[in-house]
Write a protein that binds this ligand. Structure first.
Ligand SMILES: *[C@@H]1O[C@H](CO)[C@@H](O)[C@H](O)[C@H]1NC(C)=O
Ligand SMILES: *[C@@H]1O[C@H](CO)[C@@H](O)[C@H](O)[C@H]1NC(C)=O
Ligand SMILES: *[C@@H]1O[C@H](CO)[C@@H](O)[C@H](O)[C@H]1NC(C)=O
Ligand SMILES: *[C@@H]1O[C@H](CO)[C@@H](O)[C@H](O)[C@H]1NC(C)=O
Ligand SMILES: *[C@@H]1O[C@H](CO)[C@@H](O)[C@H](O)[C@H]1NC(C)=O
Length: 329
């Protein structure tokens, strides 16, 4: 066989495999099954100016909700707001600024909500970062941990009375498959705020995403019978997430591959839309979801003692007052 022949056979096989994989990804993408209207409801989505947060906000706006885009950057928030209003003609969409790297900013944001909003029916803790240039925030919390876990923890606590008053209401937390590989354990929990040696290997990211799941299960226990449900999800491998964190070779050559195989942001938003609006899950709480289906909680996140320990640590980092803490009923 000539060399040319070998090569063409080789490339045909690669092309065939690529197309097969692409078809597999498209066929296994699950779309929300819900036509529920959200007229009369108010939803808050963090990180709503881009990616899956944006498509979640867009979906809620289409359903007639009052939508509050919780974003850090004014220009980007205004741009997203303009696009959502243009696409949906829902003028009841607004943005409020919040910096998840600051405890005070979260407190100011909630003070504004409590003063000016009658209700909060849906809270989507969507925003997150994989890496950050700063090691610690001004509050002395490791930045990735602060943005991905401590700030949503504080935000959820401060909004809990509003959510209870608006019940049935829903809290949806965005975690990640990375939680499966998290190293955080009862032995290391006291050091959860120290920068790991292997920082570039996403240990802090993995741990923060594990915290999202631990908190969801623990919070579900503490919110039993309140009419507030809380679930957590893994959105899938989304192109935009990877590309925004890529550098060098990854940024130049990788995008083509990533865009071809990974989910679009709209596809990636489906599970959080499903959890926020579908009737199927109206009474489901404390669950982990993937592709609009409940899955088993990862082994790393099954330790109830770890959940309690991390909860207590987080109360310290978030500097919660005693009357702001969520106790068991
Ligand atoms: C699911 O969400 C998308 C927006 O992401 C929306 O266009 C679609 O209509 C939704 N599906 C149903 C059945 O409502
Ligand atoms: C905006 O949404 C809120 C909550 O859903 C609702 O009470 C209010 O009437 C809406 N306002 C307008 C102008 O539609
Ligand atoms: C969502 O995740 C955050 C961060 O881990 C946590 O603090 C918060 O309690 C969670 N909310 C729910 C409802 O589980
Ligand atoms: C974090 O998770 C990623 C993806 O799941 C994995 O590749 C990586 O090895 C993990 N890092 C650590 C330190 O566990
Ligand atoms: C959820 O629970 C409420 C109150 O118990 C009940 O009225 C409703 O039918 C339930 N919904 C679903 C989808 O199971």
């Amino acid at each position: 066989m000539s060399c040319c022949n070998c090569l063409s056979i080789f490339f045909s096989i690669i092309a065939f495999a690529a197309i097969a994989l692409k078809i597999y990804v498209k066929l296994t993408t699950k779309w929300n099954n819900s036509y529920t209207t959200l007229v009369g409801k108010t939803a808050i989505i963090t990180g709503a100016n881009i990616g899956i947060g944006y498509y979640t906000a867009l979906d809620f706006a289409k359903r007639g909700a009052r939508v509050i885009l919780a974003c850090r950057n004014r220009d980007r928030a205004e741009d997203a707001l303009r696009r959502i209003i243009k696409a949906t003609n829902n003028k009841n969409v607004t943005y409020k600024l919040v910096d998840l790297k600051s405890l005070q900013s979260v407190r100011d944001f909630v003070a504004d909500i409590n003063k000016n909003e009658e209700r909060v029916d849906i809270l989507v803790n969507n925003a997150g970062v994989m890496l950050d240039n700063d090691d610690y925030t001004k509050d002395g919390i490791q930045t990735v941990l602060h943005v991905n876990h401590i700030s949503p923890f504080l935000l959820t606590h401060l909004l809990i009375d509003k959510l209870k008053k608006s019940a049935p209401s829903r809290i949806v937390n965005v975690s990640s498959l990375a939680a499966k590989n998290a190293a955080l354990s009862i032995k290391t929990v006291d050091k959860m705020n120290s920068i790991p040696k292997d920082f570039l290997n996403f240990e802090m990211y993995n741990n923060s995403k594990l915290c999202n799941i631990l908190f969801t299960t623990e919070l579900a226990k503490r919110l039993a019978e309140t009419g507030v449900t809380v679930n957590v999800l893994h959105p899938g491998l989304i192109a935009s997430n990877f590309l925004s964190n890529a550098q060098g070779f990854m940024k130049n050559v990788f995008p083509f591959i990533v865009k071809w195989f990974f989910l679009t942001s709209e596809e990636g938003a489906q599970t959080q839309i499903y959890l926020s609006v579908s009737n199927d899950v109206a009474n489901v709480t404390g669950g982990l979801f993937d592709k609009c289906k409940q899955v088993d909680i990862y082994e790393t996140a099954q330790d109830a003692d770890l959940a309690v320990k991390v909860w207590e640590k987080s109360e310290e980092y978030a500097k919660l007052n005693d009357n702001e803490k969520i106790a068991y009923l």
